[in-house]
Design a protein around this ligand. Structure first.
Ligand code: ADP
Ligand code: MN
Ligand code: MN
Ligand code: MN
Length: 432
């Protein structure tokens, strides 16, 4: 709400007692706009319109919401497209808007665009242009109507993906015939922490102090246990509206921490949907005056970190005999532990300590129903002999394009030597 009230300062000055008399054009203009929408009120008393128009206690008139909610579809075919991309840190989401002449259904109908990469840490000032390629479209829950959000990836003017564009390589992996044939599914559990603005301290925590120890907060209800539910819920609906494949939400172990799940989604879609969901969360927390952090360990000490568990299966894993395929995938993953860890998020070493439902960053482990392992296999998967695995290593700030691409690459495209495979099988008690 703070966001909506802040820009109305200009209007406040127009509507001070004196200025209404002083500027008859302005008051007439606004008066007629108001009266059109409130015919009943006018019948009662036309002189009261000013009083009725006052919404807030400080005497200001807030019509911003009326304009924000204006449905422009009866007046124009044009729509607003919000082009979204990943900025220079690899975690920041940036966006800008442009008018498109008519509603669109596919990203290929949209023009490429550009931005100043020197302002996002992605290009030098003397050659600053970065080109946006529209890749996925979602409905815009903020603007409504036919307006859209557009997930883009980023290229040099010569058509090379820039270093922070991790989508490009992932899209290549997911278009490999072998990977396509295995229809890889991803279910991503995005954890995040809500912080109070300006104090860099979690929502619901006493400033300068700590809440009671962890235990009562996970999936809890109550003003002393659940902090930020409205944000989680607003985000849930915004995601559904947008067309994001969101599958659930829950309050987390650390107070002020939440999770939403996206999936199962096929291939590159998982990354597109997580990035769009992150963007929506940034916009919603912005409106609430709460700061979103994806830091993997926002508070040191006996407080849970934030991860982005990635549940993964292939067609063969989901079919009869799938558990054997899962074991072979785990074997491959064990042999590339270092490559995966180095690509699973900044600061993950602060989170993967071996405590708080994590495995140590230095060693690879797997287990059925064990939340202290790098890879967990669910009880159902063991029982049915098919299903999926959960990679518990990715941090909350991971790039889903990297993680999903790497999982597919390591388990479907990469092969260890027979010798390495035999050694690893012995070490992990995996008979494949
Ligand atoms: P957890 O018990 O670890 O908290 P969640 O319920 O939060 O698990 O998330 C599990 C995720 O796994 C969901 O997003 C779900 O859609 C996804 N999932 C379920 N089945 C599969 C599958 N076969 N392959 C990949 N992901 C799956
Ligand atoms: Mn979960
Ligand atoms: Mn969780
Ligand atoms: Mn999980």
């Amino acid at each position: 709400m703070a966001q909506i009230l802040a820009p109305s300062v200009q209007w406040q000055t127009r509507f001070t007692k004196n200025s209404i008399e002083a500027s008859s054009m302005t008051s007439k203009m606004w008066g007629s706009l108001f009266l059109k929408q409130n015919k009943k009120a006018r019948v009662k008393s036309s002189t009261k319109y000013r009083a009725l128009a006052v919404k807030s206690e400080d005497g200001t008139i807030n019509r911003m919401e009326d304009l924000l909610n204006l449905d422009v579809t009866p007046y124009t075919d044009k729509i607003i497209a919000e082009y979204i991309w990943i900025g220079g840190t690899g975690v920041d989401v940036r966006s800008k808007s442009r008018t498109i002449s008519k509603p669109v259904e596919h990203p290929s109908e949209l023009p490429k665009w550009n931005y100043d990469g020197s302002s996002t840490g992605q290009a030098p000032g003397d050659d600053s242009e970065v080109i946006l390629y529209p890749q996925a479209i979602f409905k815009d829950p903020f603007r409504g109507g036919n307006n859209i959000l557009v997930i883009c990836d980023t290229y040099t003017p010569q058509g090379e993906p820039i270093p922070t564009n991790k989508r490009h390589k992932a899209a290549q992996i997911f278009s490999d015939a072998k990977v396509l044939g295995e229809v890889p599914w991803f279910g991503i559990e995005q954890e995040y922490t809500l912080m109070q603005q300006n104090v860099n301290w979690p929502l619901g925590w006493p400033v300068g102090g700590y809440p009671g120890p962890q235990g009562p907060y996970y999936c809890a209800a109550g003003a002393d246990k659940s902090f930020g539910r409205d944000i989680s819920d607003a985000h849930y609906k915004a995601c559904l509206y947008a067309g994001i494949n969101i599958s659930g939400t829950n309050g987390e172990v650390m107070p002020g921490q939440w999770e939403f799940q996206v999936g199962p989604s096929v291939g590159i879609e998982a990354g597109d949907h997580i990035w769009c969901a992150r963007y929506l969360l940034e916009r919603i927390t912005e409106q609430a005056g709460v700061v979103l952090t994806l830091d993997p360990k926002p508070i040191d000490g006996d407080w849970n970190g934030a991860g982005c568990h990635t549940n993964y299966s292939t067609k063969s894993m989901r079919e009869e005999g799938g558990f054997e395929v899962i074991k072979k995938a785990i074997l491959n993953l064990s042999l590339r532990h270092k490559e995966h860890i180095s690509a699973y998020g900044e600061g993950n070493e602060r989170r993967l300590t071996g405590k708080h439902e994590t495995a140590s960053i230095d060693s690879f482990s797997w287990g059925v129903a064990n939340r202290g392992c790098s890879i967990r296999v669910g009880r159902d998967t063991e029982k049915e002999g098919k299903g999926y695995l959960e990679d518990r290593r990715p941090a909350s700030n991971m790039d889903p394009y990297i993680v999903t691409g790497l999982l597919a690459e390591t388990t479907l495209l990469w092969e260890p030597t027979l010798e390495a495979e035999a050694l690893a099988a012995q070490k992990l008690s995996l008979n494949v």
